[in-house]
Design a protein around this ligand. Structure first.
Ligand SMILES: [Zn+2]
Length: 173
């Protein structure tokens, strides 16, 4: 197993163990391949508390003088445009993710016409974006979460609040 898969496996295990909300997990890895900070998505606490943002903030508070250009961020799902921008601002050199946004689109019907590659190409010296790693495992984790919380999401949809783009089971293609 290569180093990227090993790190992603650690991140998946961490996310499964600790996540109390949607299983977005992120970690920041130094040039020696050591995980130096984790973050978990907590969108119920704040819409901006995405895993990547939490990991960046945890890293910044633990290592105030760190050289961000030597760091890699791993995330269980392809970063959204907010997180992609934050990663660019941080100066992190590489992004490694599990589940691609195309899978989320199928699973949740979240329309993302602008994605991570669109954002990072706008900045000088963009971070490198890897091909998905441990994609099947991350997809499975999100699918499990989806079936568990499908009813909650459907109820929200019926009430017309939040997650407005969620497509209900029978409407999915
Ligand atoms: Zn995000």
């Amino acid at each position: 197993m290569n180093n990227k898969k090993l790190i992603m496996n650690k991140l998946i295990a961490y996310t499964k163990l600790h996540s109390e909300q949607v299983p977005y997990g992120a970690c920041i890895v130094d040039e020696d391949g050591e995980i130096i900070a984790y973050g978990l998505g907590q969108p119920k606490s704040s819409p901006t508390f995405h895993a990547e943002i939490m990991a960046i903030n945890n890293c910044a508070s633990q290592y105030p003088n760190i050289d961000w250009s030597k760091l890699t961020i791993y995330t269980t799902g392809e970063p959204c445009i907010m997180c992609s921008s934050a990663i660019c601002w941080s100066g992190i050199r590489e992004i490694v993710y599990g589940t691609p946004v195309s899978f989320m689109t199928k699973l949740w019907g979240i329309e993302a016409s602008t994605t991570c590659p669109d954002i990072i190409k706008l900045v000088p010296n963009p971070p490198q974006l890897s091909e998905p790693i441990c994609e099947d495992q991350c997809n499975e984790m999100f699918t499990e979460y989806d079936s568990k919380y499908r009813k909650v999401l459907d109820d929200r949809l019926k009430e017309g609040r939040g997650q407005s783009k969620i497509i209900r089971e029978e409407e999915r293609v």
